[in-house]
Design a protein around this ligand. Sequence first.
Ligand code: SAH
Length: 459
Amino acid sequence: MDYLPIFVDVRKSTCLVVGGGDIAARKANLLCQAQTNVTVISPVVSDAMTVLIDGGSVNWLQATFSTDIEMPYRLVIAATDDETVNEQVYHYAKAHKILVNVADKPQLCDFILPSILDRSPIVVAVSSGGESPILARQLRTRLETLIPPSYGRLAKMVGRYRNAVKEKLPTLKMRRRFWESVLQGPIADHVLAGREQLGEQALQTAIKDSRDEVVTSGEVYLVGGGPGDPELLTFKALRLMQQADIVFYDRLVSKQVLALVRKEADQVYVGKQRAWHSVRQEEINQLLVAEAKLGKRVLRLKGGDPFIFGRGGEEIASLAAEHIPFQVVPGVTAASGCASYAGIPLTHRDYSQSCIFVTGQIKEGELDLNWAALVQPRQTVVVYMGLRGLKILSQKLQQHGLDADTPAALIQQGTTEHQKVWVSTIADLPSLAQKEQPVAPTMVIIGEVVKLHKSLAWF
Ligand code: SAH
């Protein structure tokens, strides 16, 4: 982030606007909406500014700006049409350590004014860091349709009952669950649909009936985070990610996906390291059980799909044994993600009628696979974790009869901005990898369908 978003209480202070034109008037008007006192310095003022002055919201000092004036201001905004004056204002404010904004000059801004969606007390501010105010405005417009004005009423109603709920439910966790169920259920629906009285009555009843249960049982969400592109998450994944208390995530979960987990959730990295794999897995299973027993909503976030080379089955086995409720949310597995984003259909009427997923992980220097099954014609083979064992893979497939010229692709960090695709043959895969040094995670796809990459690549 280039800027820290904060909401400043300016109600008991005075802010200065230098300039009297329409832009200055817009800024002054914004300040007025935040209930601050506004002083405007300008020799002349526009009609728009006159309206504000006549309405009593703005105090006009009819003068040109000079560095003799006192600076008792909370914020300063310079919006004259004279760049020299604007710069002067900037330096003068800086000298007085007052935050300053010069209209349309990001390099002369301590703070920028975001695009605002005002559903007070809900306020959404969108900023493009000064790069593209128009884009920020378009996003604001989109949010406008998502957040109808009734959200302001809903927030106000919640505000009125916050203390009552606090008295009834002493723990933060109970209160959070209470409000989540109110805000996602029929009570909120009433208010948003304009039936405020009904909503309020229902809320009063809910408060009366609520109980502070000391131990509520936790739950584990085993969620597939997909291959990297956050837009490939399912709605369900996102919803559960947004209500987790704690998240255990893997090395494969992309930063962008992780950024969508509820901000207040504790984040625990449990990325596996090859050598002590199995010990670690047992530890993870126990961690999930322990946290859920504390009553937490535990998010186990994995790359791709949890049930495809994700050891998801083992993790929920220990939950099932302990009678801990859980949900499993599938994710886009790396095979689908990489294939789609590389323009390699996994099946195709002309080239491939079946598709096999295998793990290429070497154990004690060996690759233990059903080779006869892998060398069948008209079939696509997708190899997960195949990078280190590439040489053995290539040799064994040929030994078992796969044509040395069979097309093969390496897809590095598929669906992300770092995606790279190399196409070669099964015989040349090892030397290709030697030359290009792909980094993990990388996927191997073998079969005639790989030829289609040339014409179908789009990403
Ligand atoms: N459960 C995961 C797979 C875990 S195994 C899933 O369903 O996708 C880890 C292997 O998946 C890696 O070694 C790599 O071969 C593959 N992989 C995962 N994400 C990938 C990506 N974005 N690009 C390429 N390969 C990926």
